[in-house]
Every structure is written in C-alpha cells, then in structure tokens.
Design a protein around this ligand. Sequence first.
Ligand SMILES: NC(=O)C1=CN([C@@H]2O[C@H](COP(=O)(O)OP(=O)(O)OC[C@H]3O[C@@H](n4cnc5c(N)ncnc54)[C@H](OP(=O)(O)O)[C@@H]3O)[C@@H](O)[C@H]2O)C=CC1
Ligand SMILES: O=CC(=O)O
Length: 319
Amino acid sequence: MQQKVVVYRELPDQVLYFLKNKFDVSYFPTLKDENYRDFLVELQTAHGLLGASMNIGQELLNQAPNLKVISNISVGYDNLNIEELKQRNIIATNTPGVLDDTTADTVFGLLLATARRMPELDHYVKAKKWGGTKGEDLFGVDVHHKTLGIIGMGSIGRAVAKRAHFGFDMEILYHNRSRNMEAESKFDATYCSLDELLKKSDFVCLMVPHTPQTEKMIGEREFNLMKDSAIFINGSRGKNVDEEALIKALQKKDILSAGLDVFEIEPVEKDNPLLSMPHVVTLPHIGSATAETRAKMAMLAAENMAIALEGKTPPNLIR
Ligand SMILES: NC(=O)C1=CN([C@@H]2O[C@H](COP(=O)(O)OP(=O)(O)OC[C@H]3O[C@@H](n4cnc5c(N)ncnc54)[C@H](OP(=O)(O)O)[C@@H]3O)[C@@H](O)[C@H]2O)C=CC1
Ligand SMILES: O=CC(=O)O
C-alpha cells in the first residue's frame, strides 16, 4: 500500500509531481477555517506531513496516529515540539543551507534600508514632498567601515558577515556559545561576549535559532548596553526579543532604529506600536522568500520526506 503524505503549503509543480510519483498526496496549498476539518481527517491516515511554520504539538499529533515523518520547509524548527515527537518515534527534518544567501541578502538589505531610511524616503518622494534642498532631517547613517555585531554566527550569520566584510569593509564582532573559526579566518570576525558586542557595535544583527535559551535574549538590559546610535536588526525569530523592551528602547531613543523581518506575534498585530514608527523598517517574515530559493527548499523538504519514509536517514534530520 502506498504511504500517504499530507502537504499544507503551496508547492512548485515539479515538487508536487515528485511527491505524487512516490506517495498518495493530500494537498492543502492553503489552510483556512473552511478546509481545516478536511485536513484533520486526512491527517488521521497520514505517514508524512510536509509544510512550514504550523505549530505541531500534542494536540495535533493526537490527530495523526500513523505519522512517521514531519518535513519542515524551513531551517527553523521552533514550530515543532521535538520532545513530544521523540516520544512518539516521529522524525523531523528541516532545510538548512539552501536559503543562506537569500536570507542574508534580506537581512543585509534590511540593514541598509534602515540605516539609509529608504522606506521613509520612498514615501517622501511619492508623497511629492521633494522640493528644494534636502536637509539633515533626511540624512541617514553610513554602513561602510562601521562595526557589525552578529549574534548567532551560524550559516546565515556567516553569509551576512561575508557581505559586510567584502562589500562594506565592516569590522565584524560575533557572539555564539562556541567560537566559529571559519568566520574568524574568512571574515576577520572577532569573538566576544554578548555584552561586549552590544557595547561596541554600530549594528547589532540577531541570527540565533529560537530555543528556550534564546527566548527574549535581547531585552531591556541588552538595549541599554547598546549605543544610542545603534541599529538593531532581527532576521531570526521575534520571540528572541522582548518586543515591549524594544518598543521602549526606540521610544526613549536608547537605540536609533530597528529593521525587523520577524515579530513576537505573526502576522504582526495591527496595533503594534512598531508599525507607527517611521524609522523602523518592517518586513513580513520574508527572509528566504524568493521564487528560486523557496523552490529549492520545497524540493529539499520533499527529498527529506522521501528518504525518511523509505526508512533511511534523511540528510537534514533534526536531532
Ligand atoms: N527571517 C527568515 O525568514 C529566516 C529566519 N531564520 C532563522 O535563523 C536561524 C538561524 O539559522 P541558521 O544560520 O541556518 O542556523 P545555524 O544553526 O547555522 O546558526 C545558529 C547560530 O546561533 C548560535 N546560537 C545558538 N544558540 C545560541 C545561544 N543560546 N546563544 C548564542 N548563540 C547561539 C549557534 O552557535 P553556537 O551553537 O556555538 O551557540 C549558531 O552559530 C534559524 O533558526 C531561524 O530561526 C532562518 C531562515 C530564514
Ligand atoms: O524562517 C524561516 C526559516 O527557514 O526558518
């Protein structure tokens, strides 16, 4: 009997074709209130579940008694309750590596856009306010030759460091739990404590996974340690930051501004004060979202699923 895979994300045609060649596929390109019951019915007989960012814990797993593999189309896997999966002998996979450059492009773009106030200035021009001389009120701050502090010098952190070092002559500081020799030798990055990084950096870029240890790791104390002129960039997860403390730090001008791809609650709530701060640049958690990279991620997720359901160890097993 063919094994069954439930897909809850829109997939490129070739990826769907690949899966349909091997499995009985139940396809939910979007999940809404109207089709959620159908999804749960399909889950009852599913061996594999493939998609991105759905919170998967006890409640959902109780609806999936035959499930053997969960394949995430993302590198982050904070949507999965790994302990619960282990207890049920369900394995999980993610899609590291293929999105590093694309996500780093987004993060660096966010950094540039925030420093040079691009969205604000775009609105200024389109609102037909561009008259005579451009005064200091429109000036941004330089990125080149400044100090960039990267918290989380992993695959994406290093891709950000590469851009900063080779493209912008930036000095790079970083903080991890352990040293990263590749970043030190290739990008001249200097390892330092979190506090030292926060005190010395002109730009602070957060690129750690969301774990119990990183939850709200940047809060009031950390914003107070940053320079008043610092720009904070979060390309990781919103929950790694105490968002209330970020809002206060911006309001009190403890830091200059922020560029955010991620928020504590997503989609971001409509009354979030960050949305009414013109100097804060916001994106809708879109770091890896180019057509090319999303296709690569989806194919990698499908391959992980296929290998795992064959009973072999998939390349991107989450341990
Ligand atoms: N905005 C977006 O669209 C995207 C966001 N992401 C997010 O980015 C995260 C990072 O991805 P990626 O670079 O591939 O992951 P990696 O695992 O390659 O890198 C994570 C880095 O974080 C460090 N780290 C982990 N825990 C801590 C800690 N407690 N304190 C300090 N440093 C820590 C690790 O070093 P060490 O182990 O030595 O501490 C490592 O260098 C993902 O988990 C995801 O949440 C990813 C893709 C797209
Ligand atoms: O947020 C995206 C991811 O891949 O993780």
